[in-house]
Ligand binder design. Sequence first.
Ligand SMILES: NC(=O)c1ccc[n+]([C@@H]2O[C@H](COP(=O)([O-])OP(=O)(O)OC[C@H]3O[C@@H](n4cnc5c(N)ncnc54)[C@H](O)[C@@H]3O)[C@@H](O)[C@H]2O)c1
Length: 387
Amino acid sequence: MGSIVALSDEAWLRQSRPSGLWPLRGWAGNVDHSTKDVTTKGRIGIGPRYCPGMKILITGGAGYIGSITAKAVEAAGHIPVIVDSLLSGPHAFVGGRIFYKGDIADRSLVRRIIDEHPDIDATIHMAARIVVPESVALPYEYYRDNVAKSLELFDELVKLGKPRVLFSSSASLYAAKAGFEVFEGDPLDPPSPYARTKRMMEQVLEDMAEVTDLRAVMLRYFNPIGSDPDLDYGIYAREPSHVLGQLVMAARGQKDAFTITGTDLPTRDGTGIRDYVHVWDLAKAHVRAIEQFDEVLAEADANSVIINVGTGHGVTVRELVATFEKVFGHDVPVNEAPPRPGDAVGAFANADLASELLGWRANHSLEEAIASALAWGEKRKEILGYE
Ligand SMILES: NC(=O)c1ccc[n+]([C@@H]2O[C@H](COP(=O)([O-])OP(=O)(O)OC[C@H]3O[C@@H](n4cnc5c(N)ncnc54)[C@H](O)[C@@H]3O)[C@@H](O)[C@H]2O)c1
């Protein structure tokens, strides 16, 4: 690949750390572009060396992906500013960072944050309710928090002259597709209120970007798993509902067995297919996107753009279990059951656009991601105070 995305984590962290030799510059748009490393279309080379010290507002930065993204942002020499209501994210995940406890829809709080940090360059908007079955039971809360509150945030950011928004969207928007590989332009069919809130926010961002100063890069995450390299952050739910969390619990004897829900689906072995992306790779995709925000949109020739963030490989549940057992070193007790209502067959990413626009590809293997999730399972009590 010939770019820093191909480096090991250790090398990436080393290269990304700000050094006294690098001049402190503002946002990439203000950078002296004559100093850019113009290898590979002048984009992959626009790394941290050229814009260290950016300040990035991260909503939902106490959450699973937000805390790990904040760490990747720091590792690249930038400063995260966290706003989180702690609705679900633990306080332990914001330790040592600039942190505002509050709601994204609290305009006076957003004004205060920007007033105290006028050098914020961009916002990564991750704050949301994210539990799919809960969204079926609590549609009002999901549309209010994910849609209405995001609207208040975006409008306030535009008013404050902070128009760059990187938005956490989801692969769960895609309609079922033969072959399972999905491209950004493929038909959508969000199956739950949660997924519909994500699609609505994509549309809101697209519409606002047409007529206001707001500019949006929207990342459709596939299935993030694992922890950061130091095991500081990870899944914090007491009983994680997603497949890997369930596997870790079954492996650690915290539940009797792992249940495969759906064994008669139209995939190669009848079980659901997903694209598991190491959360540290996902976090680094955000760093790429914020460092090159204006260039990404210029290259896309648009005021907003949607980008898949996945590995490009589909893994069935049976394949996941087999790989998990290999990494874990023991069999895991497995039951089989019919699919739950709303369970999707699944999809995997075509990740070419992320490579083209962000210079990003996933580096970590499924085995590494599983090992990371298992290691976090061992460590998390120390950090969270519960198993
Ligand atoms: N985890 C996944 O598999 C996945 C997949 C696709 C997309 N996403 C998206 O990524 C983002 C982060 O997901 P996550 O897994 O880290 O979830 P998370 O629940 O761990 O983090 C969300 C954070 O937002 C905070 N929050 C919620 N509402 C808020 C509000 N009104 N004001 C301030 N803070 C608020 C919560 O306290 C929490 O810390 C979400 O937008 C989610 O929809 C996640």
